[in-house]
Design a protein around this ligand. Structure first.
Ligand code: PLP
Length: 394
């Protein structure tokens, strides 16, 4: 029999982290609701478990978290993973594991807003200085690395502005100077980009998004190399971050259908983006698979697909016209978070937060998430929206 590594992704996703023999034959591992986990003997109680594999305390690990972490580590080609109660707590735990007072952090200017707020808030308060860098800087990152720079953090593509970063070039420059390299890999869902194979130490995901896939779980995960795993796990234990058993169960369940859903998200997003590109109001489509998108060539080189999240930049629209368009949409919901089966649309204003590369004199930015609905129905809904927009604008 050939090894697991030879199997294709869809096959692996159907089997990752499963153990029917250990769970009364059940195909899926049931959610383990456990805080106290009993020891059978005094000898067991006294035995230390430095690897957290058989730990006896709910917050430190249960069969639910072990299964999810094993599955995610295999999916992304990591040594081990650390599950957290949200994507943001996976980000903050990884950062805290490697930073101390006096250190310097290089953070992409395209980072998820709350990640920035953590850098400008808690990290600054505890004496860590953050420099935001141009996401398209590539190997030029070397010129920003100081002796006290400890971490270089990427998010590719940015989840609002969609710049695709040169992951291998940035990772190589950072590693050459002894920095730990982390990436927010939520957009690619751990499927369409394998950051650890490109030199990254920690790949972080809001599993809340595509892995969960149904807008009903809060879950985060940091997939780590052998060197990076222990600091992240120890920090998670000390901070007390842990994922709930129900959310872990939903994350594991989501993995089984992940590639199937992603293919549909991808195909529908491309249909919507192509349609949007043809509207007279459209200035640019910010979708990594489109040549307009900054870093498109890097997406072609490093990614094996595109998920369902992208943006469109329209000629500046009056607020009333935008409201007429958005308020009347029947299928697109307005809401944060994404990666579920439902389509979403949201006006975005990156100009408020960008610092390294100001976002000025730009059009009206709408971020869309293509859900699992029929693409023609979604286009019809958007089409009616654009008619409302035109009527209100004229
Ligand atoms: C949503 C999101 C997060 C945070 O995930 P939560 O589970 O909501 O905490 C982090 N990064 C990106 C890119 C996200 O879209």
């Amino acid at each position: 029999m050939s090894g697991d590594d030879d199997r294709r992704e869809a096959t692996r996703l159907a089997h990752l982290g499963r153990d029917p023999a250990g769970h009364a034959g059940a195909v899926s591992i049931p959610p383990y609701r456990a805080s106290t986990i009993l020891f059978q003997t005094l000898a067991e109680l006294e035995a230390r478990d430095p690897d957290y594999t058989g730990v006896r305390y709910g917050r430190l690990g249960t069969p639910s978290s072990h299964a999810f972490e094993t599955a995610m580590a295999e999916l992304e080609g990591g040594h081990r993973a650390v599950a957290c109660g949200s994507g943001l707590s996976a980000v903050t735990t990884a950062l805290l594991a490697f930073l101390k007072a006096g250190d310097h952090l290089l953070m992409t200017d395209s980072a998820y807003g709350p990640t920035r707020e953590f850098c400008d808030g808690e990290l600054a308060r505890f004496g860590v200085q953050t420099t935001y860098y141009d996401p398209l800087i590539g190997a030029g990152i070397a010129s920003l690395i100081r002796p006290e720079t400890r971490v270089v953090f990427l998010e590719s593509p940015g989840s609002v502005t969609f710049e695709v970063q040169d992951v291998p070039a940035i990772a190589a420059a950072a590693k050459a100077r002894g920095c730990t390299v982390m990436i927010d890999n939520t957009w690619a869902a751990g499927v369409y980009l394998k950051p650890l194979s490109l030199g990254v130490d920690i790949s972080i995901q809001a599993a809340t998004k595509y892995v969960g896939g149904h807008a009903d779980a809060n879950l985060g995960v940091a997939v780590c190399t052998a060197e990076a795993w222990r600091p992240v796990k120890d920090t998670a234990v000390r901070l007390g971050v842990a994922a709930g058993s129900e959310d872990l169960f939903l994350g594991l369940r989501g993995l089984r259908t992940l590639t199937v859903r992603l293919e549909r998200h991808q195909a529908t997003a491309l249909r919507l983006a192509e349609w949007l590109a043809r509207q007279p109001e459209t200035l640019r489509v910010l979708h990594p698979a489109f040549p307009d998108c900054p870093g498109h060539a890097l997406w072609k080189r490093d990614f094996t697909g595109a998920s369902g999240l992208f943006a469109v930049e329209l000629r500046p629209q009056p607020r009333a016209a935008l409201a007429a368009m958005l308020d009347g949409l029947a299928l697109f919901g307005m809401g944060y978070s994404w990666g579920g089966f439902e389509s979403l649309i949201l006006p975005q204003n990156p100009g408020r937060i960008r610092t390294a590369v100001p976002w000025r004199d730009r059009g009206t930015l709408l971020r869309l998430h293509a859900g699992l609905e029929d693409a023609d129905d979604l286009i019809a809904d958007l089409d009616r929206g654009f008619h409302r927009l035109r009527r209100a604008a004229s």
